[in-house]
Design a protein around this ligand. Sequence first.
Ligand code: IPO
Ligand code: ZN
Length: 395
Amino acid sequence: MTKKFFPILIMAMLLGTAQAAPVWITIDNDAAEHTKSHLGKSTQIFKSMNGITMMKIDEQDVPSLSHEMHHDFKRCGGFVAHDSKEDALATLSGESKRVFAKKNLFSDYSINQQDLVRPAVAMVKSSNISQTITKLQEFHNRYYQSQYGVDSQKYVKSKWASLIAARNDASVEFFQHSKWKQPSVVLTIKGSVSPDEVIIIGGHADSIAGYFGGSRNRAPGADDNASGISTITEVIRVLADSNYQPKKTLKFMGYAAEEVGLRGSKEIAQKMKSDGANILGVMQLDMTNYNGSDLDIVMMTDYTNSTQNEFIGNLIDEYVSGVSWGYDKCGYACSDHASWHNAGFPASMPFEAKKRDMNGNIHTSRDTISVSRNNASHAAKFAKMALSFVIELDR
Ligand code: IPO
Ligand code: ZN
């Protein structure tokens, strides 16, 4: 071999090994299966832990993985490529849950906005929440096909409009659905730095009672789900009264027609998906005011993003003092978070109790705020949690 060809040979060898080299990545569980099916045959799932999957992919698949994550999951990056198998394993197990959350992934789940979050949380007043619940339960029902359900949404829209009246960066609109008359309500505060990045807090505004629902039945729906809408209303009030200026776009949603198959949220989530929206995180508030368990806030593990769930738990520990949290599962697509999850966005569903301890009066004429002794002290914990979620993701 002559001197002349030697460097070329070395180059060729390097190129050859680079082509064949596996790359270890960590990726959220919800994207792992999808990723595996879209990449080359050599893709292998190695291990899953803490909501994260560690997998081995071909170096040559990295660009298409980036594309997949961005295109199908609206995530910039969306995975972490590691220098070695050891490094990937260390990330997977995590030195501590907190450190692990910080290293991750699609959103920045670090917690460092204390100067903004603490004063906001201190502004939450449970009496505002109980007043709104009381107003909403006075509608005979909020059924998706009844005029009451249209009128109640007009009330939510005008209530939210009154809270943002002094701002020029915020608006509130109906989202009209073609198949039934109740609209959803969407309030938007436009981000001043990265308006394309969106954070969503939502809950359903409709109510139902009786096996066959019906436009005539009395359905006060105080806990299910005037409590969630009223919790969101208080979050909006605090952001407006503190003149909070978001960097990213914040959206607050009162969905129509949840009780009949998550239909309102499904239409909205599918529309935002097809519009290519970049949604960083979605929190669903459905039933926040019945304090039935030893745990205060229970994160549902199904149809949700486990990393975001853990982040919310860490937020509770940091900002909502004296409030305990844990996990349970619905066992089915029990609320609108499933619409967002199914559209590929990180969704969470912090719930009022463990499943077996939840309010037993829902979907009856007995679901009134008197069941919660006419106060909203439990829901106030959720308003504080939701405020910390919005502000910590908004940077
Ligand atoms: C619901 C919520 C959480 C769990 I756990 C079980 C049930 C009630 C939900 N399906 C509903 O009726 N929302 O309106
Ligand atoms: Zn319900």
